[in-house]
Write a protein that binds this ligand. Structure first.
Ligand code: AMP
Length: 249
């Protein structure tokens, strides 16, 4: 069984985003970019399934600028077998992404596609679900456990206040949640080895997908700055102030 793992290059999660002065978006010039953390979890899960003998090949895919090659090399260094870069300079919306992944799934015939539950830059939480709709495959979203059993996969999902386990017929779409696993670091020898693993470069047109955006971002703004607090001398003063504000225990 082959596993397809879409990985997105995003602003590193440790970097505080800066909004461009004209309010058109987040400034990505000269900032650290990394693999979307949920996608690292997806790569890790796919590699574990290959190590267990459940999967035979892990293919990482990224849609983005030429620099997204670095993200794919990271996936290869973690242990993916080969990679596909679908090169485009503009951001691609979830539906167009899902169409690209559908075309790749048609060509590659994976048993599983493991995406992140969301990209931490745009927080869409849409691509996996749309891919499930376009392929007609079953979906297990927000996975905290994935167990392949013959021609099915059991996915434990993080739902409000608990866990739900669903059984999906393969091929299927899984989206990862934070607690699914702890991704490995790529070792130096594996980073070196990754340089010679196959990486194909394509364009959306190769898959017959029009990526013209349908949504226009009107404005991006920083969150409001927190106003300064007040220092109190002791507990009595704190209680008095809370009472004056109408806060009761
Ligand atoms: P989103 O629907 O944008 O929140 O993204 C959900 C998941 O879709 C991500 O965690 C990735 O697995 C995948 N994805 C989104 N955008 C891209 C991209 N440009 N390239 C590769 N995978 C992507």
């Amino acid at each position: 069984m082959k596993i397809l793992v879409p990985v997105k290059r995003v602003l590193d999660y440790n970097v505080k985003p800066r909004v461009k002065s004209d309010g058109t978006g987040v400034d990505l010039a000269n900032v650290k970019m990394s693999m979307n953390p949920f996608d690292e979890i997806g790569v890790e899960e796919a590699i574990r399934l290959r190590e267990k003998g459940v999967a035979t090949e892990v293919v990482a895919v990224s849609v983005g600028p030429a620099k997204a090659q670095e993200t794919l090399r990271t996936a290869l260094a973690m242990g993916a077998d080969r990679a596909i870069l679908v090169q485009t300079d503009d951001a691609v919306e979830p539906l167009a992404l899902a169409k690209i992944f559908k075309a790749i799934a048609d060509a590659e015939q994976p048993g599983l596609v493991i995406l992140g539950k969301q990209a931490i830059d745009d927080d869409n939480n849409q691509t996996g679900q749309m891919l499930a709709a376009l392929t007609g495959w079953a979906q297990g979203t927000f996975a905290s456990a994935v167990n392949v059993d013959g021609d099915h996969v059991n996915v434990t999902r993080e739902v409000d206040g608990g866990l739900e386990t669903v059984k999906l017929k393969l091929p299927a779409i899984v989206t990862t949640d934070l607690r699914l696993n702890e991704p490995r670091y790529a070792s130096l020898p594996n980073i070196m080895k990754a340089k010679s693993k196959p990486l194909d470069t394509k364009t959306p047109a190769d898959y017959g997908v029009d990526t013209t955006p349908r949504v226009k971002t009107l404005k991006v703004s920083e969150p409001p700055v927190r106003s300064a607090g007040v220092k109190v001398a002791d507990v009595d003063e704190l209680v008095a102030k809370l009472k004056a504000m109408g806060v009761h225990s």
